[in-house]
Every structure is written in structure tokens, then in C-alpha cells.
Design a binder for this molecule. Structure first.
Ligand code: FE2
Length: 155
């Protein structure tokens, strides 16, 4: 049995929740997503108009609905020049930052992925209180992966 098969049996990941994109300011992303694609903010998930603050990275975030589907795009705008996200933006410019999957149990899926060899990025939240878990790109095909709670929006 392949390693990926044995891991998959334990997963409770239910789908793609969002793609995270990083931008130097909100308008850089919103001009395209709202202005050109015609998407709307997910106001149930976003404190408007200033966005949510992801404190561990001192970054403002806004969720955008992708058409009528369940998937969201998360716009990340660093609030300083020293966070990991800010440094990513400085190095790579605006663009795709991470993939976020929905999970029926973030702590359980985090432990499963760590057992599978991914490097969990620990922001200090106790495991059983995790509402988001990130895995370092160096152990995940060069991609920053995130798991978040399932919101039950699957089509
Ligand atoms: Fe995210």
C-alpha cells in the first residue's frame, strides 16, 4: 500500500475551502476579484470594511465568494514589514500564497498530517483549540497548506 493511501483513510478533509492570495493593499486584489470578476465579499466571514486580523502574522484578511460556489479566496494584506507574510510578499510580489482545505476536525487532521511527515507551523495555540493549522512548504511540495473547520457549504 502506498503511504498516501494509508494516510487518506484517516483524513476528514472534506474539500477546498479557500485559496489565499497576498497583496500589498486591498485594492490590488479587490479591483480584480470584485471589479473585474464581479465576486462579492463573504460578509458572514469577514468583518467589513476593515477585514479580520490574523494576529500571529499581523495581517488583515478578507474572504471573497467565488461565484455561487462554496470556495472562497482569502485576501491577505500584511500590516507590517516583518511578518512571514510580509516577507513573502516582498520576495515574491502579489499572488497565490496558500491553499486552505476544510476539515471536520482541524486537530485530528493536523496530527494525521504531521504523522505523514508534514511540518506543522506552530503559532502557540493549544492543539485542541486549533481553528487553523498550517504546514510548511518545505515539506509539502513547495506549497503552504492550511486546514480550517468545515463550514458545511459543499455543493
Ligand atoms: Fe487561509
Amino acid at each position: 500500500m502506498l503511504a498516501s493511501q494509508s494516510v487518506r483513510e484517516e483524513f476528514m478533509i472534506t474539500g477546498l475551502d479557500h485559496l489565499g492570495i497576498v497583496a500589498p493593499d486591498l485594492s490590488t486584489a479587490s479591483d480584480v476579484l470584485l471589479g473585474q470578476f464581479g465576486f462579492d465579499y463573504d460578509v458572514e466571514r469577514t468583518a467589513m470594511p476593515d477585514g479580520n486580523v490574523f494576529a500571529p502574522q499581523n495581517t488583515s484578511i478578507w474572504f471573497v465568494k467565488v461565484g455561487t460556489g462554496a470556495t472562497r479566496i482569502e485576501i491577505l494584506v500584511p500590516r507590517d514589514d516583518i511578518s512571514g507574510i510580509a516577507k513573502y510578499l516582498q520576495k515574491n510580489g502579489p499572488g497565490l500564497h496558500h491553499i486552505g482545505y476544510s476539515s471536520t476536525s482541524v486537530p485530528d487532521d493536523m496530527r494525521t498530517l504531521v504523522e505523514a511527515g508534514l511540518d506543522f507551523i506552530d503559532f502557540g495555540t493549544p492543539e485542541d483549540e486549533l481553528t487553523a493549522a498550517f504546514f510548511h512548504p518545505k515539506t509539502a511540495a513547495g506549497i503552504l497548506h492550511e486546514i480550517v473547520p468545515d463550514r458545511g457549504l459543499h455543493l
